[in-house]
Design a protein around this ligand. Structure first.
Ligand code: NCD
Length: 314
C-alpha cells in the first residue's frame, strides 16, 4: 500500500507519470468521471483549510467517488481525546483513502503507521505539504513546459512555510535548478534545508530585498507569514507586511516569470497584481484538482482505459 507523506515518496519518473496523468485528466475529464465509483475519501482536517480540503474532495467527486470527514477537530471524537492513530484505524473501516492535515509535524507519519488505507499528508505543521507541491510542480510544468533549468525564488515565511520546504525538496531532484531565498532574517530558511542543498551541490542565494533578485527569477513563489506558528503576536505584526508584491515591483521581473502562491493570500500580493498575465496563483488552484485526481488514482492503483473503463489492481 502506498501513501504520500512527502513528495520524495515518489521517484522523479513516478511524479512525471502523475503529471502526465493530470494533463490527460485536464484534456479528457469525462474519461475519468466514473473511475472511483463506489470509492470513499475521508478528510481528517485538524487545522483550517479551504483549498486543500475542498480540492481533495472535488478530486474524488470528479472521479465519481464520494467523500466524508471532518473539517474541525472539535466536532469529532478528537475533542474527547482520541489519538490520531485510533482515529485513522477507525476511518480505515469506513473509507478507501484518507487525507489528513494536522498542526503537529509527523502526524501524517503516525497516521500512516496505524492506517489500513492509503494516507495523503495534506500538511503536518511546518514540515511538509506534498499535494501542494504536486500542484505547484504541475503548474510550473504546464506554464513553462519544463521542471528543470530554472531559478526559483521563494519569498516570505521560509521558516515555517511547509509548502516551501516541500517544494524545495521536490525540485532539488531536477537538473539545473537554482534557488533564491528571500526573507527577513527572522524567517530564514531552516538550516536542515540548506544543508541538504549543500550536500547535493544545488546552488542557492539568500536575499532580504525582493527588488534585488526579482529580475533573475523564472518562478516567484510568494508565501504568507504563518501567524499560527509564531510564538508571539508582536513578532507576527512586525513581520506580516514585510513583502508586498506590487505592479511596481513586477515591472522589474522577466516577461515570462510566473508568480505562484499556495494561498491563502493575506497582504503579500497586492490585488492589482492579479490582472498581470504572469500572476498564476488562481490557475494553480485549478491544477491542484487535476493533480489530486491523478494522485488518488495512483494511490488506489486504478488504471483508466481510453474508453473510460477501469482496471483496478488486486
Ligand atoms: C498552505 C498551507 O496550508 O500550508 N495553504 C494551502 O494548503 N494551500 C499555505 C498557507 O497556509 O499559507
Amino acid at each position: 500500500m502506498r501513501h504520500i507523506l512527502t513528495p520524495l515518496d515518489f521517484s522523479v519518473s513516478e511524479l512525471d507519470k502523475i503529471f502526465d496523468l493530470a494533463a490527460d485528466i485536464e484534456a479528457n475529464p469525462k474519461k475519468y468521471a466514473n473511475a472511483c465509483r463506489g470509492k470513499k475519501l475521508a478528510t481528517l482536517f485538524y487545522e483550517p483549510s479551504t483549498r486543500t480540503r475542498l480540492s481533495t474532495e472535488t478530486a474524488m467527486l470528479n472521479l465519481g467517488g464520494s467523500t466524508m470527514g471532518f473539517s474541525d477537530a472539535t466536532s469529532s471524537s478528537v475533542s474527547k481525546g482520541e489519538s490520531v492513530a485510533d482515529t485513522i484505524r477507525t476511518i480505515s473501516c469506513f473509507a478507501d483513502i484518507a487525507a489528513i492535515r494536522h498542526p503537529k509535524e509527523g502526524a501524517a507519519m503516525v497516521a500512516k503507521q496505524a492506517s489500513g488505507i492509503p494516507v495523503i499528508n495534506c500538511g503536518d505543521g511546518g514540515h511538509q505539504h506534498p499535494t501542494q507541491t504536486l500542484t505547484d510542480m504541475l503548474t510550473i510544468r504546464s506554464l513553462t513546459g519544463r521542471l528543470n533549468n530554472m531559478t526559483i525564488g521563494l519569498c516570505g515565511d521560509l521558516k515555517f512555510g511547509r509548502t516551501v520546504h516541500s517544494l524545495i525538496s521536490a525540485m532539488s531532484r531536477y537538473d539545473g535548478i537554482r534557488f533564491a531565498f528571500i526573507s527577513p532574517d527572522e524567517l530564514k530558511i531552516p538550516d536542515y534545508v540548506v544543508e541538504k542543498l549543500e550536500e547535493n551541490d544545488i546552488p542557492y542565494e539568500e536575499f532580504v530585498r525582493l527588488d534585488d533578485v526579482i529580475g533573475r527569477l523564472d518562478i516567484l513563489y510568494m508565501t504568507r507569514v504563518q501567524r499560527e506558528r509564531f510564538f508571539n503576536e508582536e513578532d507576527y505584526i512586525r513581520l506580516k507586511d514585510f513583502y508586498i508584491l506590487t505592479p511596481r515591483i513586477m515591472r522589474r521581473a522577466k516577461n515570462d516569470m510566473y508568480v505562484l502562491h499556495p494561498l491563502p493570500r493575506v497582504n503579500e500580493i497586492s490585488v492589482e497584481v492579479d490582472k498581470d498575465p504572469r500572476a498564476a496563483y488562481f490557475r494553480q488552484v485549478q491544477y491542484g484538482v487535476y493533480v489530486r485526481m491523478a494522485l488518488i488514482l495512483t494511490l488506489l492503483d486504478i488504471h483508466v482505459n481510453d474508453d473510460g473503463s477501469v482496471t483496478e489492481e488486486a
